[in-house]
Design a protein around this ligand. Structure first.
Ligand SMILES: N[C@@H](CCC(=O)N[C@@H](CS)C(=O)NCC(=O)O)C(=O)O
Length: 208
């Protein structure tokens, strides 16, 4: 297989990068990573030099360049079918794609006012119009997956790309002190305690 390189942003800050990185890690892919710090004076130049859209993540596979986190996740699922990154059941798979697309396109208030900061704790921040509704919708999505597909410990039982898409939300809930109970807390804990998530969090904590 041609070499895989994932271009990502700072691990403490880049939620979209985390999703693609988790997909590759969970697939057991052998890949190189190139980190672009997102809070430097030369960040724009570095992004423009390394990415077609000026944003991270970007996956390079030989001559192929894939941008947009969800497209990267889909590509990784196709490259590594044995990793079963989507549910096998068609209804579960369609739902996993629906909630992943909803995450990719929506939750604008949550993403805007409660940006990823893996290592920080800011329980008094991030209150803005739309945030409470977004949090409620996240929990409704989790409950739907759980109730309809019996998902535990992850949304569809085993880890899927839907969990990768919601992983940064789990971190945001910790950062901004969103209190979770019962099955929601169990799910968030399962995501947070993934070895790959812990690896990312440790790297985020070590960033300058
Ligand atoms: N829709 C894109 C969003 C990518 C995105 O906004 N990435 C952020 C980092 S998390 C970025 O590159 N920001 C730099 C900028 O916009 O200048 C995706 O899913 O990959």
């Amino acid at each position: 297989m041609d070499a895989l390189t994932l271009v990502i942003g700072s691990k403490n800050l880049s939620s979209w990068s985390l999703r693609a990185w988790l997909a590759l890690k969970r697939a057991g892919a052998d890949f190189a990573e190139h980190v672009i710090p997102l809070d430097r004076s030369d960040t724009r130049a570095a992004l423009d030099a390394r990415t077609p859209s000026g944003k991270v993540p970007v996956l390079r596979h030989g001559e192929t360049i894939i941008w947009e986190s969800l497209a990267i996740c889909e590509y990784v699922a196709e490259l590594f079918p044995e990793a079963r990154l989507w549910p096998e059941d068609a209804a579960a798979r369609a739902t996993a794609r629906a909630v992943s697309a909803e995450m990719h396109a929506g939750f604008v208030a949550l993403r805007t006012y409660r940006p990823l900061n893996m290592r920080d704790r800011r329980p008094a921040e991030g209150f803005a119009p739309g945030v409470t509704e977004d949090v409620a919708r996240v929990l409704a999505v989790w409950a739907h997956c759980r109730d309809r597909f019996g998902g535990a410990p992850f949304l569809f039982g085993d880890f899927t790309l839907a969990d990768a898409m919601f992983a940064p939300v789990v971190s945001r809930f910790r950062t901004y002190g969103v209190a979770l109970e019962g099955a929601d807390r169990d799910y968030a804990d399962a995501v947070w305690e993934l070895p790959e998530m812990q690896e990312w969090a440790a790297a985020a904590a070590a960033e300058p």
